[in-house]
Design a protein around this ligand. Structure first.
Ligand code: TEU
Length: 570
């Protein structure tokens, strides 16, 4: 594929509106709060903003439970506010993509109300997935569910609905019933809604768990492993038989004839390199890129809330496989953080003191942003924001975390152990309010924030970062500028170096067209590390580093703790 795709040299910034900026003092972020902070984003240099959902929603899963796809949740503002924000984003030369959550709706969506009310054979009955209890079993009793799938948020993936006299499928919370994508009426309604947003001027979509929409016919039981109460519902639904057909139909019906240049990124838990090659091959007309999860499971021992130390060679093998796998066909997204993941500096870096926090955050940013693909910056990542120091279950807000705690403790787990798992991996670490200032509530709200502000905002905040040229913020700004100014960053062929080194991440980028090569080094440890360099790099130009006095590059180089650097030669 040629490099005519504009998003190949773009950087996307993810905003979690609930926690970004509150303009009306109700303790919840909103659209006018984002409007007031566009200069921060424009100065950072990002090209595209991705908004997590702002549609009407009971907020059971913080908006990933949509009750109306064509309006704005009042707590976030109005459609008029949205139009004003969109115009202001475009006026600054940036683009805005929406979060498309169409594997499921809220149970408070009118479609679901109609479907449950219709009873068998009613017009909207087959817009969702209804099944009777297992043969002969008493509905509502454990084991009577139509199959053995579990919800991603603990418990079964089925809930008995008395009014309908049937179970309905929900891969996530019971307030998130799965839509039935086998029904062409459902698909056409989704495509019409997508066209409505594109007609309004939005520039594309991030597509929530879009690889779950095609389920295995017959919804067969899945394998139950390790004494788990249910089979992995998500795993049973990943990459189903009609997924490519649906994505190609969506492309034809929504994007094919669009004048504006759009961006589509599909969130695909469990997607493999081979599947992603097909989904992001321009010739197959499905998606521009996908979010894969392989590198996000390397420090988890079987289940998400059982952390284990990261091995750098595992990370290099995983990201290297994705780099080579999508090298000739398809395109990578690049991320460390989002609203579902803990803060990367606390996870793969060292946030225990300021020098280590700033050094490790800027090292992690350098390594990620110099890979081949489109980088995504999650709100606060550009400040080096850290995990929240939560110690009680009352501190947590996330339905996934609270359900996990309730189920684990009910099953006999020691609450302290469960809290330790949450402290490492809870999604709430990404959802504490954006830290604008050292002042009350970090300048996020004048009211009572919906979730506690991280106390380290007195040190870690945008105001301080912008004023300090050595901050994480300015390093992100320089990395983003480098992607815009140095073509090798967006198009250079990736070559992994030192695959077996457990301390240093090293790779080359070859821009044969321009005869430019980049050498990227990142010390993933808090100790100095000496590594050999490929021949001919001695004395090479240093494009960007993160320490004040980098040792010269010779046949070897000694990297300071958490040091990153980018060398360039022609
Ligand atoms: O996430 C899908 C998903 O797989 C996540 O739940 C992820 O597996 C897990 O949190 C990783 O630890 C998407 C949204 O990003 C998430 O916020 C929603 O809760 C979920 O779908 C349901 O819409």
């Amino acid at each position: 594929p040629g490099d005519e795709a504009w998003w190949k040299s773009a950087v996307v910034y993810q905003i979690y509106p609930r926690s970004f900026a509150d303009s009306d003092g109700d303790g919840v972020g909103d659209l006018r709060g984002i409007l007031g902070r566009l200069d921060h984003l424009h100065d950072l240099g990002v090209d595209v903003l991705w908004l997590s959902p702002v549609y009407p929603s009971p907020q059971d899963d913080n908006g990933y439970d949509v009750a109306d796809y064509q309006d704005i949740e009042p707590v976030f503002g109005t459609l008029a506010d949205f139009d004003e924000l969109l115009a202001a984003v475009h006026a600054r030369g940036m683009k805005l993509v929406m979060d498309l959550v169409v594997n499921h709706t809220s149970d408070e969506h009118p479609w679901f109300a109609a479907s449950r009310g219709d009873g068998p054979g009613g017009p909207k009955r087959d817009w969702y997935v209804w099944r009777p209890a297992r043969d002969g079993m008493e509905p509502g009793t454990p084991g009577a569910e139509p199959n053995n799938w579990g919800s991603a948020f603990s418990g079964p993936a089925w809930t008995w609905d008395e009014a309908s006299g049937a179970y309905y499928l929900h891969l996530f919370s019971p307030k998130q019933p799965d839509l039935n994508w086998e029904n062409p009426e459902v698909r056409q309604a989704v495509y019409a809604m997508m066209r409505w947003w594109l007609d309004r001027g939005v520039d594309g979509f991030r597509m929530d768990v879009i690889n779950l929409i095609s389920k295995e016919p017959g919804l067969p039981d899945g394998p139950v492993t390790g004494g788990a109460p249910y089979a992995g519902g998500l795993a049973a639904c990943m990459g189903g038989p009609r997924l490519e057909e649906f994505l190609q139909e969506m492309h034809r019906e929504v994007f094919a004839d669009r004048p504006q240049r759009t961006l589509t990124v599909g969130e695909m838990p469990g997607v493999t390199v081979d599947q992603a090659r097909r989904h992001t091959d321009p010739g197959r007309r499905q998606l521009d890129m996908v979010f894969q999860f392989e590198h996000m499971g390397l420090d988890q021992d079987g289940d998400k809330y059982t952390p284990k130390p990261l091995r750098l060679t595992d990370l290099k093998a995983s990201l290297g496989r994705w780099q080579s796998g999508l090298d000739q066909v398809g395109w990578n997204s690049l991320y460390w953080c989002n609203h579902d993941q803990p803060r990367i500096v606390s996870r793969f870096g060292d946030a225990t003191d300021e020098p280590s926090r700033v050094r490790s955050a800027t090292m992690l940013a350098t390594v990620l942003h110099l890979h081949h693909g489109t980088p995504y910056v999650y709100q606060g990542e550009e400040l080096g924001m850290t995990n929240a120091p939560f110690t009680r279950i009352e501190d947590y807000r996330d339905v996934e975390a609270r359900n996990h705690y309730a189920h684990a403790v009910a099953a006999g787990a020691d609450p302290a152990d469960v809290l330790a798992g949450l402290a490492a991996m809870s999604r709430d670490h990404a959802r504490t309010p954006m830290q604008w200032t050292a002042g009350p509530n970090a300048g996020f709200t004048t009211g009572e924030p919906w979730i506690a502000v991280n106390p380290d905002h007195v040190r870690v905040n945008a105001e301080a970062a912008v004023a300090d040229q050595t901050s994480v913020y300015h390093h992100y700004r320089r990395l983003i500028a480098l992607r815009h100014d140095e073509p090798a960053v967006a198009r250079g062929r990736f070559e992994m170096l030192l695959p077996d080194d457990e301390r240093v991440y090293a790779f080359l980028r070859h821009d044969e067209a321009a005869g430019v090569e980049l050498l990227v080094l990142g010390n993933f440890t808090g100790s100095a590390a000496e590594v050999p360099l490929p021949a001919g790099w001695a004395g090479a130009e240093l494009l960007l580093g993160n320490v004040p006095d980098p040792a010269p590059a010779a046949t070897t180089v000694t990297l300071a703790p958490w040091e990153a650097r980018i060398h360039r030669r022609t």
